[in-house]
Each structure stands twice: as structure tokens, then as C-alpha cells.
Design a protein around this ligand. Structure first.
Ligand SMILES: [Zn+2]
Length: 118
């Protein structure tokens, strides 16, 4: 084996796909030097970290989007219940319809303000 050629190979060890556990050195040429070792562009520690960070950022954004969707659904359910209750009061002739509607809207506005603050 040529030592110079090996030092220019990527330092990444890769598990083989066969039935027995076996590691191989990455066959790509090392074009980046980091931590005193030679790496291909795919396996350089800084690029691996950048890809991992980007993946985690996408997972975090997707998780936050699901949480926001869930919270909007909860808020919509609560608002619907509030409106139905106001309509029932109006249908039963309880209170002045305009005042019942205003009171329901005020409670909705208050709950939206409460949810908006951490
Ligand atoms: Zn490599």
C-alpha cells in the first residue's frame, strides 16, 4: 500500500452492508483537512455537522408547525362552543341578543389575548 495515497483518502470508516460487521475506509479522495485528518467533502466533520443541524432545524420547524396547527384547532373548537352557547341563549330568548353576542365576543377576545401571552 502506498502511504501517501492512504493519507489522501477520506478518514471516514463506513460499516459494510454485508451479513458480517465490517468497516471499510471511505474510498473518496480526502480534499478537506479538519482535526488533523483528511476528509472527502461528504464526510468532513464540519459538513456532517451542518447537515445534521439543518435536519434538526427542519424537524424543529415541522414540530412547531404541528403544535401551532393543534393550538389553532383547540382555539377554533373553544370559539365554536362559545358561539353555539351564545346562539342557544338567543334562541331561548335569554338576554338581549346584541348583548349576548357582545359578551360572547368579549370572552373570545379575552381568551385570544390570554393565549397570545406566554
Ligand atoms: Zn468520505
Amino acid at each position: 500500500m502506498n502511504a501517501d495515497r492512504d493519507t489522501q483518502r477520506c478518514s471516514k470508516l463506513i460499516w459494510g452492508a454485508g451479513p458480517w460487521p465490517r468497516q471499510f475506509g471511505c474510498q473518496n479522495r480526502g480534499s478537506v483537512t479538519e482535526d488533523g485528518k483528511s476528509w472527502c467533502k461528504r464526510h468532513s466533520p464540519s459538513r456532517v455537522k451542518a447537515r445534521r443541524d439543518a435536519l434538526h432545524a427542519r424537524w424543529r420547524a415541522a414540530s412547531e408547525a404541528r403544535e401551532a396547527t393543534w393550538q389553532r384547532g383547540e382555539a377554533l373548537t373553544a370559539a365554536t362552543a362559545e358561539c353555539i352557547e351564545a346562539l342557544r341563549q338567543i334562541a331561548r330568548g335569554q338576554g338581549e341578543p346584541v348583548e349576548v353576542a357582545r359578551a360572547a365576543l368579549a370572552r373570545l377576545d379575552a381568551s385570544e389575548r390570554k393565549e397570545g401571552t406566554p
